[in-house]
Design a binder for this molecule. Structure first.
Ligand code: BG6
Length: 496
């Protein structure tokens, strides 16, 4: 479906997100003819730039980061004509008068129907400020056209600040005008999880405590914090990855089937999962949550810096770059099934996957092969890279006796030749243009996720005795994280 006419207004347009993700994704939509004729992008920022200079910079970003540039070079120039730039200080209310005039003039010029999407690609301190200023100038009112607001993460710093931000936003915009983006929900393979679960008769009956032994979710990165040390040191892996991406993934794995796929039905089910996660009390944090920080190491002759040596990081920092945790979802479907999640920087490889471990058979008649007796069937939903699905099952080794080994049934998205996988931002931007918030987080879901994470943060803050384990960069995190899962099996260690 093609988007309706509108203007996309980006606050923070001179920043990295606009350059690497937003404009290249909009260009990808343009090359696929998914944008209307009456469309434009208005970039906003404090930096003094002409529209011409903005276009030049964006052209570079498109060439580097767009997914569809091959054979589409000829479309870049016509696309760039749709980009404009206006410089002002979004913190100063009085400056919105000039901005509104500029916006309305552009709206007239492009005949965009007074439909505006405001994208906040700014530092989080501006999240409450910009919407209030927009509202003060009537730019939240939908009497003439739609007005939508997209907010980037981080959404709050803890439960209290997330609540405050929600209240503040909801004073100025209605909930259905607010689109809180989490790029994980835009990933094609994350959405495929819903299809795997709800369109396959073979999996649907098994997806519960009767057949599933435990669930493991890993999101590992093989790089460190790079140039983002300043931001990351005040955040850490729990806030940066768990509170949002990994808990959203958990909610998709565990949710009840919605009656239909639409924003309300889907998000009602997702929030119920988040609200059912058994809280980890402050005094239990040490037992259920392991945090780590990477230390310097040498891997295959390559020196890797310690986190504390990264630019912008406090040399005494106790910020975690790794988290592993175990929790339960206290509801009918999942009672007693442990969920293990793990994320970290500077691990051996970049991979995000969900592993469903099924129960073993009740009686082991091939008990001579002890290796197999201990393993369970596994369904691995590979979210990135090498997107696909892997089912591990037991097979007889040909020859005498009944030796059993695990074999793989492995599907790779890349085998679907000619299939273009849209990027997460491309998919999500188009959804917002279409007014579909299904894959955007709702305020109550984010609060529920913070509610779970908050006591862990507090325990870490209040008890310096809770260890931050060091792990050499390039390894699978502190060995202590294995103890969380011991007795069950081990973590799956996907290789490069
Ligand atoms: C971001 C985090 O939200 O997600 C980053 O702030 C992290 O620290 C990134 O690197 C991971 O995203 P992806 O899509 O590369 O898995």
């Amino acid at each position: 479906r093609k988007a309706e006419k509108h203007l996309l207004v980006i606050f923070g347009a001179s920043g990295d997100l606009t350059y690497r993700k937003l404009v290249p994704s909009v260009f990808d939509l343009y090359t696929q003819n998914l944008l209307p004729v009456n469309f434009g992008v208005l970039g906003l920022g404090r930096s003094k730039l002409s529209s011409e200079a903005f276009r030049e910079k964006m052209k570079e970003g498109i060439k580097k980061f767009a997914g569809t540039t091959a054979n589409k070079e000829s479309m870049i120039d016509s696309f760039l004509e749709k980009l404009f730039y206006y410089s002002f200080d979004p913190e100063v209310k009085a400056e919105y008068e000039g901005f509104r005039d500029e916006l309305e003039a552009l709206n007239q010029k492009l005949d965009a129907g007074s439909n505006y999407i405001f994208y906040l690609a700014t530092p989080p301190s501006l999240y409450p400020v910009v919407p209030a200023n927009l509202a003060a100038y009537g730019l939240n009112r939908e009497d003439k056209g739609f007005k939508r607001l997209i907010i980037e993460k981080p959404f709050g710093y803890d439960l209290e600040s997330a609540r405050k931000l929600n209240r503040k936003l909801q004073c100025n915009f209605k909930e259905d005008q607010i689109y809180r983006i989490d790029h994980y929900l835009g990933k094609e393979t994350v959405q495929n999880m819903l299809v795997t679960r709800f369109a396959n008769g073979i999996f649907e009956p098994l997806w519960n405590r009767n057949y599933i032994h435990h669930v493991e979710i890993t999101s590992s990165e093989d790089i460190g914090v790079g140039s983002r040390g300043g931001y990351y040191d005040g955040s850490g892996a729990l806030r940066d990855m768990v509170q949002n991406h990994l808990l959203l993934l958990t909610s998709l794995v565990a949710m009840e089937p919605p009656a239909v796929i639409n924003a309300d039905a889907m998000r009602n089910e997702m929030v119920k999962v988040l609200q059912s996660i058994r809280p980890i009390k402050e005094e239990e944090v040490e037992k259920y949550v392991i945090r780590g920080q990477y230390t310097a190491s040498e891997i295959r002759g390559k020196m890797m810096k310690a986190y504390r040596e990264e630019q912008g990081v406090d040399p005494q920092s106790r910020t975690e770059t790794f988290v592993a945790m175990k929790f339960y979802i206290d509801n009918w479907r999942w009672a007693g099934v442990p969920f293990y999640i793990r994320t970290g920087k500077c691990l051996p490889t970049r991979v995000t996957e969900v592993v469903i471990h099924f129960n073993a058979t009740p009686h082991h008649i091939f008990a001579d092969n002890l290796q197999h007796v201990k393993t369970h069937n596994q369904l691995v939903l590979r979210i990135q890279p090498d997107e696909g699905i892997l089912l591990k099952s037991a097979m007889k080794v040909p020859g005498a006796g009944f030796n059993v080994q695990d074999v793989n049934m492995d599907f790779h998205y890349s085998d679907l030749s000619n299939t273009y996988l849209p990027s997460a931002y491309e998919r999500l931007l188009l959804d917002c243009m279409l007014g579909d918030a299904t894959l955007y987080s709702r305020g109550d879901a984010l609060e529920a996720a913070w509610q779970f994470v908050d006591p862990i943060l507090k325990a870490w803050q209040n008890n310096p005795a809770i260890k931050v384990y060091g792990y050499p960069a390039g390894t699978w995190g502190p060995v202590e994280s294995d103890e969380l899962i011991e007795g069950v099996e081990t973590w799956r260690y996907p290789c490069k």
